[in-house]
Design a protein around this ligand. Sequence first.
Ligand SMILES: Cc1cc2nc3c(=O)[nH]c(=O)nc-3n(C[C@H](O)[C@H](O)[C@H](O)COP(=O)(O)O)c2cc1C
Length: 333
Amino acid sequence: MLTTRFCETFGVEHPIAQGGMQWVGRAELVAAVAEAGALGFLTALTQPTPEALDAEIRRCREMTDKPFGVNLTILPSITPPPYDEYRRVIIESGVGVVETAGSNPAEHIPEFHRAGVKVLHKCTSVRHAVKAEEVGADAVSIDGFECAGHPGEDDVPGLVLIPAAARRLSIPMIASGGFADGRGLAAALALGADGVNMGSRFLCTVESPVHRRVKERIVAGTEKDTELIFRSLRNTARVASNTVSRKVVEILDGGGAFPDVRELVAGARGRKVFEEGDLEAGIWSVGLAQGLIDDIPTVREAVDRIVAEAEDLVSRRLPALAGGVRGDAAPPA
Ligand SMILES: Cc1cc2nc3c(=O)[nH]c(=O)nc-3n(C[C@H](O)[C@H](O)[C@H](O)COP(=O)(O)O)c2cc1C
């Protein structure tokens, strides 16, 4: 057992979270993560309305009586979703934890806290993590440059970002971006984190509600098969490399503006990738961790394996090295 402050704060067995994933963070996956002893998040905006989110939370609760949370991603938008309504549903549903992401959670924290909902804020810089602690977040999750989705604009990988954040924070912090195995979990703990948050690894599991071809592409893909799109717009996103994402990079690198790529990056196209398995239909998020993923396990198999491997490293291999018994414990295959 690896028990950290993260486990104690959120009442879960393992120091592992499954971050919100648009079109993916549905009840099937989140309940499986909860049943495996980790902390899963339904993705609020995957549901078309706050009422639909309410129904999804109920559906998840029918599948598990273990704790799970809801991700609320707050991004600037011309026609923003009714965030306050989504927040009300989260509170009234009795879910005990929310993962906020995308912008400063200050506006939402007091109401969550009044209702006893804990806030795990996900961000991409030390500065924003410190701010989140100041405004009352219960824990933070920090996405390094390796991550799927939005890594921010600072390009600092986890190897530096995580210890830099650990030095400045007193609330629990989990490392995110590039974690997919037990070595990553052990490394995160060594760097000062209280656990890991994973997206890509959970995306490629049996219970992940996406087309099998997406999972097979992740298994076939390497750490080199992603693109960073929207760099010039300062809204960088790491997505799978395909004809669409490469075209988007080409247009924007050539001086294009958002309207020139709007149609290519439409959410409906990305959704088609996940639902129909048409890998060239649009853009879809995946991180560098793709290079560490070479199977499609059940969520429980993935979590058990990661924890066992990390425990072995922490309790056997590393102490053996410290004791000078080199070679006594082989590294995991
Ligand atoms: C398909 C997919 C969709 C995602 N959608 C969201 C989202 O809507 N909101 C969010 O906060 N993070 C989102 N993320 C980011 C993950 O929650 C997590 O921070 C990230 O995947 C960690 O990096 P990793 O993939 O290397 O584990 C998404 C990731 C993936 C793979």
